[in-house]
Design a protein around this ligand. Sequence first.
Ligand code: ZN
Ligand code: ZN
Ligand code: FE
Length: 737
Amino acid sequence: MQGVGFRPWVHQLARTHGLSGYVLNSTLGVTIEIEGSEAAQLRFLDDFRSHPPPLALIDELYEEILEAAGFTGFEIRESLSAPGEFVLVPPDIATCDDCLADFRDPANRRFGYPFTNCTHCGPRYSIIQDIPYDRRFTTMSEFRMCQACETEYHDPADRRFHAQPNACPDCGPWVELWDHERLLSTRAEAIRETRRLLESGRIVAIKGLGGFHLACLASREEPVRLLRERKRRSDKPFAVMARDLSVAEALSHVGDADRAALTSIRRPVVLMPRRRGSTVADAVAPGIGWLGVMLPYTPLHHLLFDDAGFDALVMTSGNLSEEPIASRNEPRLYGLADCFLIHNRRIQTRVDDSVVRTFEGRERTLRRSRGYAPHPIDLGIPVRQILACGGELKNVFCLTKEHYAVLSQHIGDMENLETLEAFRETLDHMKRFFRISPVAVAHDLHPHYLSTRFALSLEGVERIGVQHHHAHVASCMAENRLEGKVIGVAFDGTGYGTDGKIWGGEFLVCDYAGFERRTHFRYVPLAGGDTAVRQTWRSGLAYLRDAGVDTGFLAEQVAPEAFGVVQTMLSRGVNTVETSSCGRLFDAVAAITGVRLEANYEGQGAMELEALAVRAALPIAEAYPFELAGGELDFRETIRCIARDRSRPELVSGRFHNTLAHAVTDVCAGIAAEESIQRVCLSGGAFQNFHLLGRTAGLLRKAGIEVYLHSRVPPNDGGLCLGQGAIANRRLADASW
Ligand code: ZN
Ligand code: ZN
Ligand code: FE
């Protein structure tokens, strides 16, 4: 990969061992020739294997003995890159310890400088305009390096050798603090003043690496509530930035894998169980059991926390509700923040914070963006050049080439033109960076998704429609490099089915070439499609009616007029859709137990149920009865039991999770016996619920079934594109036979 300081590191190592030769980057990888005594060569190889540089991801290492060429000295050769070749573009990397030491050292020329970076850290993808990765093709081209920076840049022994964004207070970008009208302060004073504003409870928009954050104290209710009001975001959890690991540990229960994720060079937001009685305001993540925490990842963040009167800040994407994250010094955020800490290093590509959760000791990506994108996923098999457009919510697209899938950063919910524009811009960029001209475009079957419409508008490429849940399962297969047939379990909120109905509780037998829908949740008619996602009581009503339970208790909790209208719609079958959605079943349970009758964001009811199940004082082992017949999972008896137990939400939630886990296991065991397939892939947004995931994976393994989960791509719709790409690739291959 370019820009990770690999060649200077090799150069240093060779010199240490008194070897001559060269190091060269090419699209085949890195070539190193060393010449010298055998002992020195062996020591070099030993060091090379045991302590590679921090950012080098070495896939494979080949060695070969060559004739001596008589090198004099060791040199770094210019990289060779021919048009059409695949070049790896590095993601943005958190500030390294050496740079941290630099800007905290009063004697260093970068003391207190918020844009300190080196070959091991700093902005990359967010500032790259074109390749090769070279300063003149980044937004740093606007700044001319001073003599001191220039010297570092050209010195192979320096940590900043060829560090493209290299800068210092004399020659690089700076920060300014503005209110709505005027410049308040610049540089060090701007940072001090921002700290004071935050301490006094103000909301400050802070321009960061890949976009703006809106920041305020995490420990006080009022600023967080005010931020919610201004952002028009009532309950959806906010991420928190903690000063350091010890603060993160005071706020949440940090496991070993969480600690590794928190402190990794990618610095994602890590969802962890919240500590009771921590100092975080309730308004940060109301009603749910976990807290999203990240650590500072730019010098600016570290400077804000140094000597500050706070330990944790709410740091949420600076965007208007539903719009992509703001990245320019523009007035879009005027209504949201009191003040603006901006800088003059332009952001070429918007990149949101990534979100992960850990499970069974491994990082599980829920939103793959900053620090990860656009690092490719090696599929282990050759692929054609394909664009896969992804879905609608949490859109991510991917491009495939050679044996890689390059996933875009998180684009957002493709429900408006701003997001579509962000999609287009990023696509143009990535096509150029990776030199990919797709021969085919893969898309969801939903005719109204903007991503589908975009795909269908493309000329001169083969268009390949992929069923939503098939794509979910194929995505899990692709990241686990599975070939052949698997049993796919895809549980989510909404996906367009081949029968025109809304699917979401699906059991498939599939490979990349095709799928067979073996079992699904019983269809239930739902009134008002998308409205039902927000008004979860509609799901409650639909499932209660379907199960033949008296709905009087639910009616008491809903506005009578609306309730009557929906009753009529359901009775007459007007404006109803049939759905086998797992998400709506969760909504129904949340509504019946009174946990959530109206959702303020997608999946809120399910998250609150998960929190209740986890919090239950005693582990709940029992499950409710359900029926399985004729390829249909029927939860009517489950619903009747839940209605009976509804006054005890914790108990219901625990039992309901167990019920689903048992249902999955029964269905999969049946298919496994019939088809002799022992591999199950679990995918779909419902498996972001780790209580469900844990119970289900546990029971499946007990039944002797191999379980495959997501880890590098999200189980939610953010991972769809990878599955679409894998399926399209197979169809192209089959068609050319
Ligand atoms: Zn550094
Ligand atoms: Zn300088
Ligand atoms: Fe989905």
